[in-house]
Design a protein around this ligand. Structure first.
Ligand code: MRU
Length: 343
């Protein structure tokens, strides 16, 4: 079975520690929201939808472990936990969406015990919806994938980045399940190597052909006509279709346009942020210089070098051929199409 990296186990959250893959498959057991905050900050769980699901469980854990003696006290604790969770990673919108949704469910409860139960039920529902949504998204994406195709993808928008099945890799999985001849080219994805460590791991585990390239090989690959389509995930999509995704996505989109290869984004509608008219308003997370100056914990650059390390970039909507969601495919003009899908 395709890996599902998040599991609720009675009174605790189990997370597959993605920082240790592919060398070690170790599961964490988290019993309070502070541990969830740590897991998101250190990218033990990563990928916008997976972070959202973990955040929802963070609220459920806060509800279960709160010492609040009445509903008001519990809700005060939950608001504070929500703020801490949402502050961990600013670019992906799924986190705030899932945390606020779980909190709102607790706020609508009539009493303390009901609020605890309702928060947990909501987190379970968000997790289930994510997997079901990815499978639906994969089915919608089928029409964009030829019978024989090489798919170029970036970062990891797979089962590991979601509750299961994946978004970009959900499209790949659906195509393979439909009997299409698919092989995937995964970019390494510096600096944290999600492509090398995670995408190739989960695809090979499921028996899906995968070749790994360094990020800078995407140009010659597309130039030689060695990829038929590009499919990537998203962390936040503005109302006009501008899409924030892992740093390096924009470069691939420009290369795809240059070489006439269609560039698709696959994401659940929870990744669409209709409050932002364009990608200009998307906050881009900057991460530690160590991620650039070290590889696998080993220093490769002088300690005193200046570093610029944005974790994401924004691909302008005019480079995107279609956005594949669980509710259907949005095509340009995205302003209208995304409005319809999120109504
Ligand atoms: O920094 P990460 O590993 O959390 O970034 C992940 C990505 O950019 C993914 O492509 C995106 O979240 C979509 S995952 C379905």
């Amino acid at each position: 079975m395709t890996i599902e990296p998040i599991a609720w186990d009675g009174d605790r959250l189990r997370l597959l520690d993605q920082t240790l893959l592919p060398v070690e498959e170790a599961w964490l057991e988290l019993t309070n929201h502070n541990e969830v905050v740590e897991a998101i900050n250190s990218m033990r769980v990563r990928g916008a939808p997976a972070i959202g699901v973990a955040g929802a469980y963070g609220i459920a854990l806060a509800a279960l472990s709160s010492a609040g003696s009445d509903l008001d006290a519990l809700l005060t604790d939950l608001r504070s936990a929500a703020d801490q969770l949402i502050a961990t990673r600013p670019t992906g919108v799924n986190l705030a969406w899932a945390v606020e949704r779980t909190l709102a469910a607790a706020q609508a409860a009539g009493g303390l015990e009901e609020a605890r139960q309702v928060a947990l039920n909501e987190a379970l529902r968000i997790q289930r919806e994510d997997i079901d949504g990815n499978k639906a998204l994969g089915q919608h994406g089928l029409e964009l994938v030829p019978e024989r195709a090489t798919v170029l993808t970036h970062c990891n928008a797979g089962a590991l980045a979601t509750a299961g099945y994946g978004t970009a890799l959900g499209v790949v999985r659906a195509a393979v399940e439909a009997g299409k001849q698919i092989d995937v080219v995964a970019t390494e994805t510096r600096p944290l190597s999600q492509g090398a460590r995670l995408t190739s791991w989960e695809l090979l585990r499921d028996g899906i052909a995968c070749r790994l390239i360094v990020d800078s090989a995407a140009g010659p690959l597309l130039q030689r006509g060695d990829a038929d389509l590009v499919v990537v995930g998203a962390d936040r999509i503005a109302a006009n279709g501008d899409t924030a995704n892992k740093i390096g996505t924009y470069t691939i989109a420009v290369l795809a346009r240059e070489h006439g290869v269609p560039f698709y984004v696959a994401a659940p509608t929870s990744t669409i942020d209709m409050s932002l008219p364009s990608g200009d308003g998307i906050a881009i997370e900057e991460r530690s210089a160590d991620e650039v100056t070290k590889v696998g914990g080993k220093r490769i650059a002088r300690e005193d070098v200046q570093v610029f390390n944005p974790a994401f970039d924004v691909t302008p909507h005019d480079l995107i051929a279609a956005i594949i969601t669980e509710r259907g495919i949005a095509r340009p003009p995205f302003v209208d199409a995304l409005q319809d899908l999120t109504r």
